[in-house]
Design a protein around this ligand. Structure first.
Ligand code: SF4
Length: 300
């Protein structure tokens, strides 16, 4: 009997599709993907691929970004309910009102946001380049940062530039508490503690290094240390262990599990390839406007 993975790989070829999976996806989903990575890296690949269909195993805003950067491709998301609660914490209407209340302000928007919110922004950023984006923001203008207050706080501290922060956050990263870092250090003395900047500032203060998902992967690959405590979504443990079989990784806590990311399953990927849906599209006017702040970030 053919397994689900075998059937979907067969169908992938027939549909001329590429499977892109975020680092937070289920291990078995990462294992059938052509490429595993962070949201922006994957969207860049989506823009370059020769494939006609992009099956994006991640959350809705990521598939939207792929659709904006690859407008001639069909972008499928295995489960349309895979949204990002943080992205939903700021609506276009709220951002429009915030801008109106701060005339002349420059809006920096984390890529974890809807296309419609990006369309109202001056520049986008990722967790990897937020500090650089804030550093190069125009002088003499108020800087508004949406939606992640934790990433914004971190970027402000690192760049020394004051930011007005939207009160959004990632519920999964927010679950990680400073006392968990203290307990993990006691349990694994000598291990390096790496934290994602979506974590609370109180937790980041305990980290040896703060980095994006790709940054954490690079750090562990290059480090001579043998043990690491990872304060990020637990899906990260899979690529870390796969790439570093001689090193040991401990999640800061098992509860840092994003339920939205885990909605994409092998069966849903197979169904998406069979039915060629659910498709994620962005209205052309929004896509055109959202492309500009993404392009400005990519040009940095
Ligand atoms: S881990 Fe957080 S930021 Fe990422 S998709 Fe889940 S809720 Fe959104």
């Amino acid at each position: 009997m053919t397994s689900v993975s075998e059937r979907l790989l067969e169908l992938k070829k027939k549909r001329n599709a590429i499977i892109l999976a975020h680092n937070y996806q289920l291990p078995e989903v990462q294992d059938v993907a052509d490429q595993v990575g962070d949201s922006l890296g994957l969207s860049r690949l989506a823009a370059k691929t020769e494939a006609e269909v992009i099956l994006f195993c991640g959350v809705h805003f990521m598939a939207e970004t792929a659709a904006i950067l690859a407008p001639d491709k069909k972008v499928l998301l295995p489960d349309l309910n895979a949204g990002c609660p943080m992205a939903n914490m700021v609506t276009p209407r709220q951002l429009r009102e915030w801008r109106t209340a701060h005339p002349g302000a420059y809006v920096i928007t984390y890529v974890n946001s809807s296309a419609a919110v990006k369309a109202l922004s001056d520049i986008c950023c990722t967790s990897a380049n937020a500090v650089a984006v804030v550093q190069q923001a125009p002088e003499g203008r108020e800087l508004l940062f949406v939606p992640d207050r934790n990433l914004g706080f971190y970027a402000s501290q690192k760049s020394g530039r004051p930011l007005s922060l939207w009160n959004g956050f990632c519920p999964t990263h927010e679950r990680m508490l400073p006392e968990m870092a203290v307990a993990a250090r006691e349990k694994h003395p000598g291990a390096i503690l790496l934290a994602h900047p979506e974590c609370r500032p109180g937790l980041l203060a305990h980290a040896d290094a703060v980095a994006s998902t790709t940054g954490i992967l690079d750090y562990c690959l290059q480090s001579n240390a043998k043990e690491f405590i990872i304060a990020s979504e637990i899906g990260m443990l899979h690529p870390l262990r796969r790439e570093n079989p001689d090193k040991v990784f401990y999640p800061l806590t098992e509860v840092a599990d994003c339920p939205n990311m885990k909605l994409n399953t092998l069966e849903k990927i197979l169904w998406a390839l069979e039915d060629m849906e659910p498709e994620v599209t962005v209205p052309p006017d929004i896509a055109r406007q959202a492309f500009q702040p993404i392009k400005r970030m990519l040009e940095l």
